[in-house]
Design a protein. Structure first.
Length: 338
């Protein structure tokens, strides 16, 4: 039986019209879905007759929390079970500016970045838009707190699932439901250049983050196979074009790997690469993943790297590495349980 959450708002309106229902029913149903309803019985302002007709035609199941790990710093890492038995991860984090949820867009990932546990085993499938929204709804319910920032930075490459990610963004932004501001959403890509241009046209207010991790084509290719078909100079050209068009700052994610990309020569190359661009670098000492043997830079080395970048005119911060006492590196929790 088809899950009602798979229907777009327009499809939902059409189905209701066929049933002879007034147009406002669609908004009521959409609101219930965005409240996280997982059965039609919960939809108390909808007539019994319509509820029973809905349950004859559709299911209303939600994805579920299989496991939650809670860190001393308040970070909550979720293993979420999809209806078909696959698992994805999400992470709830507390920052000064508000609660943030990092969500997944695919089961597994095809990008194969060498420092990432999510890519091990490749992509199993794309998530549907409603499943991405459900990640937000079930984690919000479990955490018992509002979540006002979203980062699409979990498992998967969002631009490898563009249609579902676009639909999700429109749904979570929709004022009839959650109404989350586009400015409170950040999408992170490994750097699929043609989609960067499309995304800037479609969602100019959503923040764009790029997984950079190296300052030269050669070094980047060693870490990220996607760099072979998406050259660094073209990537930076796209980022400059986007930040000029949207007048929004681009964030570059840079996982610091001891002795590999945290040297003085890397500071020099990075600052010349990004010179004059409206941007910011987020430095994150790499969370260790058993399979690749790479070590994250020390906190001291990270702070020094940031301060050298700042001196050369590139704004940089060392991101707090939240949830270090739990399996916070992307993909590790799922790997343990599958
Ligand atoms: S870092 Fe992101 S894009 Fe790269 S393999 Fe992991 S999930 Fe995929």
């Amino acid at each position: 039986m088809r899950n009602i959450k798979e229907l777009s708002r327009q499809q939902l309106a059409e189905w209701l019209k066929e049933q002879g229902q007034p147009a406002y029913r669609e908004k009521q149903l959409f609101r219930w879905i965005c409240k996280g309803a997982s059965s039609f019985d919960e939809m108390t302002d909808i007539s019994k007759d319509l509820r029973s007709s809905l349950s004859e035609h559709f299911s209303c199941e939600s994805i579920s929390v299989e496991l939650v790990q809670i860190s001393k710093d308040g970070t909550r890492k979720y293993l979420l079970k999809l209806i078909d038995g696959n698992f994805v991860e999400a992470v709830f984090m507390k920052y000064e500016y508000g609660n943030t949820l990092c969500i997944s867009t695919q089961v597994g990932c095809n990008m194969g970045c060498v420092f990432c546990a999510s890519g091990i085993g490749g992509k199993i499938r794309n998530l549907y838009a409603w499943e991405i929204l459900d990640e937000y709804l079930v984690c919000r319910k479990e955490a018992g707190e509002d979540i006002n920032h979203i980062v699409l930075m979990g498992m998967g490459e969002p631009f490898d699932n563009y249609d579902n990610v676009s639909e999700f963004l429109k749904d979570i932004h929709d004022p009839d439901g959650i109404g989350l501001s586009y400015r409170n959403i950040t999408l992170s890509t490994s750097g699929i250049i043609r989609k960067i241009y499309t995304f800037a046209d479609d969602f100019p207010q959503v923040n764009l983050a790029i997984s950079l991790h190296a300052a030269t084509q050669e070094e980047r290719e060693k870490l990220m196979p996607v760099a072979k078909g998406n050259r660094l100079d073209d990537l930076i050209k796209a980022c400059r074009a986007v930040s000029e068009k949207t007048r929004r700052r681009i964030t570059f994610e840079y996982a610091l790997i001891a002795g590999q990309n945290d040297r003085d020569e890397d500071v020099k190359k990075l600052s010349s690469l990004l010179s004059g661009m409206l941007c910011h670098i987020n430095l994150i000492p790499l969370n260790p993943v058993a399979e690749n043997g790479m070590q994250g830079s020390t906190k001291d080395a990270a702070m020094q790297f940031a301060s050298k970048l700042e001196k050369s005119g590139i704004p940089a911060t060392v991101r707090r590495s939240l949830g270090r006492d739990i399996d916070a590196a992307c993909g590790q929790l799922r790997k343990k349980h599958t």
